[in-house]
Design a protein around this ligand. Structure first.
Ligand code: SAM
Length: 246
């Protein structure tokens, strides 16, 4: 899968992608990335920001260099096989489901905004999806693009060492993940739950399911409301809260 980041600060992107899982995925040719800087299309001494029609505070990223950058990016791929995403607080909230869906794309072009954003006509003409990573405003689209990129690439076969781990992570089945423990078995902070030491697969699975249901119910009622619980799951949830009271 190929990614292009259109950004005024390509170093933010490069430094993040040359580490860890992403670095290995690039080395294995599972993904590739490139950055395009709209500044490279400016005339000498030309500014990269421009005033907003109608007045008001702040500036917008200048349109002509941005359009040239987008045209260059799209010329590298078949347009029917590429998706242009503009990162924006006004976009659709980003979810695990979106990450999983986008993982089947061939080419993704991220437009990272700066200043107060970009001209609406560029969004209307070029952008396929506007994505927000949360209800807060950041200074630029680089971190949101990296967040979206990271969540997508985890779903590409071979990027993670153990693909099974994806299936058990938070959100994959609509629930938050269960608590996890590593050695030592006993320490000042407490002991590892006995169910996890039982060696009995069914007992472990049931304990984990109970924790997933309980934690999701305690922290993210909105997620639980989207799921139809079976009678067994309802019983596990009750058990979770009964145990909390003991
Ligand atoms: N004036 C814009 C507004 O009120 O919606 C905010 C502009 S913000 C300061 C600059 C850039 O950061 C945006 O163009 C966008 O690319 C990026 N950005 C900021 N917050 C974001 C968020 N929550 N999700 C995605 N992108 C975001």
């Amino acid at each position: 899968m190929n990614f292009i980041f259109i950004s005024l600060f390509p170093e933010i992107i490069r430094s993040a992608l040359n580490e860890s899982i992403t670095k290995r995925a690039i080395e294995k040719s599972l993904i590739s990335f490139e950055t395009i800087n709209p500044r490279d299309y400016l005339k000498i001494k030309e500014r990269i920001d421009d005033k907003v029609y109608g007045g008001g505070p702040g500036m917008l990223l200048k349109s002509e260099p941005l359009m040239k950058a987008i045209d260059d990016a799209t010329s590298k791929f078949d347009r029917t096989e590429s998706k242009i995403i503009y990162l924006s607080p006004k976009g659709k909230p980003f979810t695990q489901k979106t990450a999983e869906t986008l993982a089947s794309e061939k080419n993704i072009i991220f437009i990272c905004g700066r200043y107060e954003g970009i001209d609406q006509r560029i969004i209307d003409h070029y952008v396929d999806d506007e994505i927000s990573i949360g209800d807060y405003v950041l200074s630029g689209g680089e971190l949101p693009a990296l967040v979206v990129f990271d969540a997508i690439t985890r779903n590409i076969g071979g990027v993670l060492g153990d693909h099974a781990s994806l299936e058990q992570e938070s959100f994959s089945g609509g629930l938050l993940e269960y608590p996890q423990y590593t050695r030592p078995e006993k320490m000042k902070l407490g002991d590892v739950p006995k169910e996890l030491l039982s060696g009995n697969h069914a007992v472990i699975e049931q304990w984990r399911k109970k924790q997933m249901l309980g934690i999701t119910a305690s922290r993210r009622k909105d997620l639980l409301e989207k799921i139809k619980l079976s009678p067994e799951e309802k019983a596990l949830l009750e058990e979770f809260f009964d145990e909390l009271e003991q």
